[in-house]
Design a protein around this ligand. Structure first.
Ligand code: GDP
Length: 425
C-alpha cells in the first residue's frame, strides 16, 4: 500500500486502533504523529484486548517498525509501563521494532498535576481533561520550555533545560495554584529512572523515515483523536492541544517532506464524544442508555461514559473534508442491530435556518438536529464478511451515509476483532 494515514473523522474513539492493527502488516513503518498517553486505542487480537495509549497500534506485528514521531508527547513512566504490560503478554518490543524520535517531547510528573489544578481552578467551566498533562506540556512546548527526548543522551543540556523549566514552573505552581514548589533533584531522578531505559530506542526520525522512503517502503500514519478535536479547525477550545489532521502527519512524524497518498477516515455508525463542549443532538435518558450499553461506550483511557448521539452528517462531512479522506471506514455497524429504525442527523437548524454546514463553535450550542429515519435491520451482522451478505437495510444505511457525506465507504466494521471487517470492492 502507498503511504496511508488512518485518522479520526469525528470526536475521537472511532475505532482507529483496530483499523491500524488490521493494516499494519502491509506497512514497514507505523508512526504516531501527535498526542500523548491520553489516547486509548483498543486493539483486540491474538494477544487479547489491549488498550494502547502511546505505542503505535502496529506494535503487535513483529516485522513492523513502530515510531513515536516528533509531534508526540511522551510520559516516560507511562511508556515504560505500557511496554512492560505488552511484554508480559509476549509482544516483542525491542529497539529494532520500536523507535522514538529524539525530538519528541517529555511529559514530566508536573504536567498531569498542573492539568488537575487547572481543571479544579476552572470548576464548572472545566474542559473534562483526561488529566494526563497533555495541554500543559503542549503549552510548555510552544513556550519553548519543554524537554526533548534527545536530552536524555545529553545530560548537561538536560540539566540546563530542566532547571529553566522548574524555575519558571515553580512561580506558576506557587503563585498561581497555591501549591508546594517542585523539587529539581526529585524530577531529575525521575527522568533518569524512567528515561534512561528508553535511550536505546531513540533515533533521528527524519533519517529513519527518509531511508524507509528511499528503499520504497510504505508508511502508515496513526492519528489520535478526531478532526473535530483539531486545535486549529475543531470545536476550540474543546479541542485537543495538537493537530490530528492528516495534513499534520508529515510534520508530526519527523519528515515534513513525506507525502500522504491515502487517507482512511474512520467514523462510527453513530456519534460519541468524551469531555465537554457542544455536541449537537446529544441523546439523554433511555435512548442514550441503550446506545451506550450496546456500543460499550466507556473511555479506554479513563473509563468515563461517553456522550452519545446518532450519526451526524454535517459533522462527518466537515471532518471528512478536514482530513482530506480518500476513503471512509464505518465502524461499529453491529451496534445498531437492536434498533427498529435509525435516526440520522442530516442537517442542523440554527436560529430557524436549516444548514448542512458545520458551523463556528458558539453556533453549535444553538444548533438543533434535523433527522431522517432509516429502517433498522434487526439481526446480528457481526459474522458477515462480504458486503453483499449484509441485509438490505444495512447496505442502505451505509450507502445513505456515503452519499450524504460524499466519500466512498470502503470498509465496514461489524465487530472489534481483527477480522470483523468488510472490505468493499
Ligand atoms: P480509537 O481511539 O479510535 O482507536 O477508538 P477506541 O479504541 O477508543 O474505541 C473504539 C472501541 O470500539 C474499542 O473498544 C474497539 O474494540 C471497539 N470497536 C472497534 N470497531 C468495532 C466494531 O466494528 N464493532 C464493535 N462492536 N466494536 C468495535
Amino acid at each position: 500500500m502507498s503511504n496511508t494515514a488512518i485518522v479520526g473523522i469525528n470526536w475521537g474513539d472511532e475505532g482507529k486502533g483496530r483499523m491500524v492493527d488490521y493494516f499494519a502488516n502491509q506497512f514497514e513503518v507505523v508512526v504516531r504523529y501527535q498526542g500523548g498517553n491520553n489516547a486509548g486505542h483498543t486493539v483486540i487480537n491474538e494477544y487479547g484486548k489491549n488498550a494502547l495509549n502511546l505505542l503505535p497500534s502496529g506494535i503487535f506485528r513483529p516485522e513492523t517498525i513502530n515510531l513515536l514521531g516528533t509531534g508526540v508527547v511522551i510520559d516516560l513512566k507511562h511508556l515504560n509501563e505500557e511496554i512492560g504490560r505488552l511484554r508480559e503478554k509476549g509482544v516483542k518490543i525491542t529497539p529494532e521494532n520500536l523507535k522514538i524520535s529524539d525530538r519528541a517531547i517529555m511529559v514530566l510528573p508536573i504536567h498531569p498535576l498542573q492539568d488537575k489544578w487547572e481543571e479544579l481552578r476552572l470548576g464548572k467551566d472545566s474542559f473534562g481533561s483526561t488529566l494526563r498533562g497533555i495541554s500543559p506540556i503542549y503549552g510548555d512546548k510552544y513556550m519553548k520550555k519543554a524537554l526533548q527526548m534527545g536530552d536524555l543522551k545529553h545530560p548537561e543540556s538536560l540539566k540546563t533545560h530542566l532547571r529553566r523549566l522548574i524555575d519558571w514552573k515553580n512561580d506558576i505552581i506557587v503563585k498561581g495554584y497555591g501549591q508546594e514548589p517542585i523539587n529539581y533533584d526529585e524530577v531529575l531522578e525521575w527522568i533518569h529512572t524512567y528515561g534512561d531505559p528508553l535511550i536505546p530506542y531513540l533515533c533521528d526520525a527524519g533519517e529513519l523515515l527518509e531511508s524507509a522512503e528511499n528503499s520504497g517502503k510504505s508508511i502508515m500514519f496513526e492519528a489520535q483523536l478526531g478532526a473535530l478535536r483539531d486545535i486549529n479547525y475543531g470545536i476550540y477550545p474543546f479541542t485537543s492541544s495538537s493537530s490530528p489532521l492528516a495534513a499534520n502527519a508529515p510534520v508530526g512524524c519527523g519528515l515534513p517532506s513525506l507525502k500522504v497518498d491515502e487517507v482512511i477516515g474512520v467514523t462510527k455508525a453513530y456519534s460519541t464524544c468524551v469531555g465537554e463542549g457542544p455536541f449537537v443532538g446529544e441523546l439523554k435518558g433511555q435512548d442514550a442508555h441503550d446506545l451506550r450499553e450496546a456500543g460499550a461506550e466507556y473511555g479506554a483511557a479513563t473509563g468515563r461514559p461517553r456522550r452519545v448521539a446518532w450519526m451526524d452528517i454535517p459533522a462527518t462531512r466537515y471532518g471528512t473534508k478536514l482530513q482530506g479522506a480518500t476513503a471512509l471506514a464505518l465502524t461499529k455497524m453491529d451496534v445498531l442491530s437492536y434498533l427498529d429504525e435509525i435516526p440520522v442527523c442530516v442537517a442542523y437548524k440554527v436560529r430557524g435556518e436549516v444548514t448542512g454546514r458545520f458551523p463556528y463553535t458558539p453556533d453549535l450550542y444553538e444548533a438543533e438536529p434535523v433527522y431522517e429515519t432509516l429502517p433498522g435491520w434487526k439481526c446480528d451482522i457481526s459474522g458477515v464478511r462480504k458486503y453483499e451478505d449484509l441485509p438490505k437495510a444495512a447496505r442502505d444505511y451505509v450507502e445513505f451515509i456515503e452519499e450524504r457525506v460524499g466519500c466512498p465507504i470502503t470498509y465496514v466494521s461489524v465487530g472489534p476483532e481483527r477480522d470483523a471487517l468488510i472490505i468493499r470492492d
